[in-house]
Design a protein around this ligand. Structure first.
Ligand code: ZN
Length: 153
């Protein structure tokens, strides 16, 4: 018999660990969580139980604004299960400072459209009940979409 016709939506699914559980709990509720050191005030990502700047374990979890800028990227052209090529593998710099590897969505995956330092905002793609993946889209996408551009009121 032929295989089920379900689309091959097989993006690799992250597995939360005790250190990253708070992060995935956040994305599930539409919150991008980073950590901040209570001793030296450094904000950091990815999750770890001590501050990468001063090694203090006096760290807290906080919600990031979700605003970021495009720091760097490569455009990947090969077919990868779960992705539609070409697509950008990007590093974004969060408003709070930490950098995060992600994909840019709702945007042409071309050098013309992907401009370094462009303003981005987080959006979440629900993969399953446990995991929602944080992705980024151009911030203008929502800001320049006032009600007046809607065809139907
Ligand atoms: Zn610190």
């Amino acid at each position: 018999m032929s295989a089920p016709t379900a689309p091959a939506r097989t993006r690799p699914i992250p597995e939360p660990t005790p250190e990253t559980a708070h992060f995935w709990e956040g994305t599930r509720t539409g919150e991008l969580r980073i950590q901040r050191c209570s001793d030296c005030a450094s904000a950091y990502f990815p999750p770890r139980p001590f501050c990468p700047a001063c090694s203090s374990r006096n760290v807290e979890v906080e919600a990031a604004s979700g605003r970021a800028t495009l720091y760097s990227y490569v455009i990947h052209h090969r077919e990868v299960p779960g992705f539609t090529s070409p697509y950008a593998i990007a590093v974004v710099e969060l408003e709070e400072g930490p950098r995060m590897m992600t994909n840019i969505v709702e945007c042409e995956q071309t050098p013309e459209a992907l401009v370094l330092d462009m303003a981005l905002e987080v959006t979440f793609e629900q993969v399953n009940d446990e995991i929602s993946v944080p992705l980024f889209r151009p911030a203008e996408a929502s800001q320049s979409r006032p009600a007046s551009t809607e065809a139907v009121r």
